[in-house]
Design a protein around this ligand. Structure first.
Ligand SMILES: [Fe+2]
Length: 185
Protein backbone atom coordinates (compact mmCIF):
# COMPACT_ATOMS: atom_id res chain seq x y z
CA UNK A 1 0.00 0.00 0.00
CA UNK A 2 1.19 3.47 -0.83
CA UNK A 3 1.80 5.93 1.99
CA UNK A 4 2.70 9.55 2.60
CA UNK A 5 4.45 10.77 5.73
CA UNK A 6 4.71 14.48 6.43
CA UNK A 7 7.65 15.55 8.61
CA UNK A 8 8.83 18.91 9.85
CA UNK A 9 12.15 19.19 7.98
CA UNK A 10 14.05 19.42 11.27
CA UNK A 11 12.16 16.58 12.99
CA UNK A 12 12.65 13.34 11.01
CA UNK A 13 11.33 11.32 13.94
CA UNK A 14 8.04 13.17 14.06
CA UNK A 15 6.02 12.14 11.01
CA UNK A 16 2.30 12.12 10.33
CA UNK A 17 1.30 9.31 7.97
CA UNK A 18 -1.55 9.08 5.45
CA UNK A 19 -2.44 5.70 3.93
CA UNK A 20 -5.60 6.42 1.93
CA UNK A 21 -5.20 7.35 -1.72
CA UNK A 22 -7.46 10.43 -1.55
CA UNK A 23 -5.62 11.79 1.49
CA UNK A 24 -2.22 11.25 -0.12
CA UNK A 25 -3.26 12.80 -3.43
CA UNK A 26 -4.80 15.83 -1.71
CA UNK A 27 -1.72 16.57 0.40
CA UNK A 28 0.54 16.23 -2.62
CA UNK A 29 -1.68 18.36 -4.82
CA UNK A 30 -1.06 21.16 -2.32
CA UNK A 31 2.63 21.21 -3.35
CA UNK A 32 1.98 20.72 -7.08
CA UNK A 33 2.75 17.01 -7.09
CA UNK A 34 0.52 14.78 -9.19
CA UNK A 35 -0.23 11.36 -7.67
CA UNK A 36 -2.39 8.89 -9.58
CA UNK A 37 -3.23 5.21 -9.69
CA UNK A 38 -3.25 3.67 -13.14
CA UNK A 39 -5.01 0.54 -14.36
CA UNK A 40 -3.47 -1.51 -17.15
CA UNK A 41 -5.48 -1.55 -20.38
CA UNK A 42 -4.63 -5.22 -20.90
CA UNK A 43 -2.98 -8.18 -19.17
CA UNK A 44 0.79 -8.45 -19.14
CA UNK A 45 3.37 -10.35 -17.11
CA UNK A 46 6.51 -9.34 -15.22
CA UNK A 47 8.74 -10.87 -17.89
CA UNK A 48 7.23 -8.85 -20.74
CA UNK A 49 9.41 -6.43 -22.67
CA UNK A 50 9.22 -2.63 -22.52
CA UNK A 51 7.03 -2.39 -25.59
CA UNK A 52 4.38 -4.65 -24.05
CA UNK A 53 4.49 -2.75 -20.76
CA UNK A 54 4.08 0.60 -22.53
CA UNK A 55 1.23 -0.84 -24.58
CA UNK A 56 -0.55 -1.97 -21.41
CA UNK A 57 -0.58 1.62 -20.08
CA UNK A 58 -0.92 3.37 -23.44
CA UNK A 59 -4.10 5.31 -22.68
CA UNK A 60 -2.77 6.68 -19.37
CA UNK A 61 0.58 7.57 -20.97
CA UNK A 62 -1.11 9.31 -23.90
CA UNK A 63 -3.20 11.40 -21.52
CA UNK A 64 -0.09 12.56 -19.65
CA UNK A 65 1.80 13.20 -22.90
CA UNK A 66 -0.98 15.49 -24.06
CA UNK A 67 -1.09 17.23 -20.68
CA UNK A 68 2.65 17.96 -20.44
CA UNK A 69 4.16 17.46 -23.89
CA UNK A 70 6.51 14.64 -22.95
CA UNK A 71 8.99 13.86 -25.73
CA UNK A 72 10.10 10.42 -24.68
CA UNK A 73 9.02 7.48 -22.59
CA UNK A 74 11.02 4.47 -21.46
CA UNK A 75 10.91 1.55 -19.05
CA UNK A 76 13.63 1.04 -16.46
CA UNK A 77 14.01 -1.71 -13.91
CA UNK A 78 16.41 -2.71 -11.18
CA UNK A 79 16.74 -5.78 -9.03
CA UNK A 80 18.77 -6.72 -5.97
CA UNK A 81 21.15 -8.87 -8.03
CA UNK A 82 22.30 -5.91 -10.15
CA UNK A 83 26.08 -5.57 -9.66
CA UNK A 84 25.92 -1.76 -9.43
CA UNK A 85 22.83 -1.53 -7.25
CA UNK A 86 24.64 0.22 -4.37
CA UNK A 87 26.15 2.86 -6.65
CA UNK A 88 22.83 3.37 -8.42
CA UNK A 89 21.10 3.74 -5.06
CA UNK A 90 23.63 6.31 -3.82
CA UNK A 91 23.25 8.40 -6.95
CA UNK A 92 19.85 9.83 -5.98
CA UNK A 93 20.08 9.40 -2.21
CA UNK A 94 21.26 12.97 -1.65
CA UNK A 95 19.05 16.02 -1.99
CA UNK A 96 19.00 17.36 -5.54
CA UNK A 97 16.94 19.15 -8.14
CA UNK A 98 16.64 18.93 -11.89
CA UNK A 99 15.17 21.18 -14.51
CA UNK A 100 12.83 18.52 -15.90
CA UNK A 101 9.87 16.86 -14.22
CA UNK A 102 10.61 13.56 -12.56
CA UNK A 103 7.68 11.42 -13.60
CA UNK A 104 7.60 7.78 -12.57
CA UNK A 105 4.94 5.13 -12.88
CA UNK A 106 5.59 1.98 -10.85
CA UNK A 107 4.75 -1.04 -12.99
CA UNK A 108 6.18 -3.25 -10.22
CA UNK A 109 8.00 -2.89 -6.94
CA UNK A 110 8.45 0.19 -4.82
CA UNK A 111 10.52 3.26 -4.02
CA UNK A 112 10.47 6.18 -1.58
CA UNK A 113 10.53 9.77 -2.79
CA UNK A 114 11.32 12.52 -0.29
CA UNK A 115 10.20 15.99 -1.33
CA UNK A 116 11.66 18.89 0.66
CA UNK A 117 9.26 21.78 0.25
CA UNK A 118 9.51 24.79 2.54
CA UNK A 119 9.98 23.58 6.10
CA UNK A 120 8.45 20.16 5.47
CA UNK A 121 9.53 16.84 4.02
CA UNK A 122 6.95 14.72 2.22
CA UNK A 123 8.01 11.07 2.08
CA UNK A 124 5.97 9.30 -0.60
CA UNK A 125 6.06 5.51 -0.71
CA UNK A 126 5.20 4.58 -4.29
CA UNK A 127 4.12 1.04 -5.06
CA UNK A 128 2.80 -0.94 -8.00
CA UNK A 129 0.17 1.08 -9.88
CA UNK A 130 1.27 4.50 -8.55
CA UNK A 131 2.26 7.48 -10.67
CA UNK A 132 4.15 10.38 -9.15
CA UNK A 133 5.14 13.59 -10.89
CA UNK A 134 7.72 15.70 -9.06
CA UNK A 135 7.68 19.23 -10.52
CA UNK A 136 10.85 20.74 -12.01
CA UNK A 137 13.25 22.28 -9.50
CA UNK A 138 11.63 20.67 -6.47
CA UNK A 139 14.33 19.68 -3.96
CA UNK A 140 14.07 15.95 -3.38
CA UNK A 141 15.87 12.63 -3.02
CA UNK A 142 14.93 9.02 -3.69
CA UNK A 143 15.66 5.72 -1.97
CA UNK A 144 15.29 2.42 -3.81
CA UNK A 145 16.42 0.52 -0.70
CA UNK A 146 19.13 -2.01 0.09
CA UNK A 147 17.44 -4.66 -2.04
CA UNK A 148 16.00 -2.62 -4.92
CA UNK A 149 13.13 -4.13 -6.86
CA UNK A 150 11.18 -2.02 -9.28
CA UNK A 151 10.09 -1.58 -12.86
CA UNK A 152 9.12 1.98 -13.78
CA UNK A 153 7.86 3.88 -16.77
CA UNK A 154 9.70 7.21 -17.06
CA UNK A 155 8.52 10.22 -19.03
CA UNK A 156 10.80 13.06 -20.15
CA UNK A 157 10.19 16.47 -21.71
CA UNK A 158 13.90 16.86 -22.61
CA UNK A 159 16.94 14.63 -22.44
CA UNK A 160 19.05 17.48 -21.05
CA UNK A 161 16.78 18.16 -18.11
CA UNK A 162 17.70 14.87 -16.58
CA UNK A 163 20.87 16.02 -14.82
CA UNK A 164 20.76 16.06 -11.03
CA UNK A 165 22.05 19.21 -9.36
CA UNK A 166 22.98 18.40 -5.79
CA UNK A 167 22.10 20.97 -3.14
CA UNK A 168 24.84 19.94 -0.72
CA UNK A 169 22.27 19.81 2.09
CA UNK A 170 22.88 16.62 4.12
CA UNK A 171 19.22 16.48 5.20
CA UNK A 172 18.66 13.07 3.58
CA UNK A 173 21.06 11.43 6.05
CA UNK A 174 18.80 12.29 8.99
CA UNK A 175 15.65 10.73 7.51
CA UNK A 176 14.64 7.05 7.63
CA UNK A 177 15.79 5.01 4.64
CA UNK A 178 13.25 3.05 2.60
CA UNK A 179 14.05 -0.09 4.61
CA UNK A 180 13.64 1.74 7.94
CA UNK A 181 10.48 3.41 6.72
CA UNK A 182 8.90 0.10 5.71
CA UNK A 183 9.80 -1.46 9.06
CA UNK A 184 8.19 1.40 10.97
CA UNK A 185 5.07 1.59 8.81
FE1 LIG B 1 15.50 13.21 -8.90
Amino acid sequence: MSALTLYPANQPQNGNTFRDFAGIAEQLQGIGVQFERWQADCQFSAADDAETVLKAYESSIDKLKQQYGFQSVDVTSLNADHPNKDALRQKFLSEHTHSDFEVRFFVEGKGLFYLHVGDQVYAVLCEQGDLISVPANTTHWFDMGETPAFKCIRLFTTEDGWVAEFTGNPIAESFPTLDQYLTAL
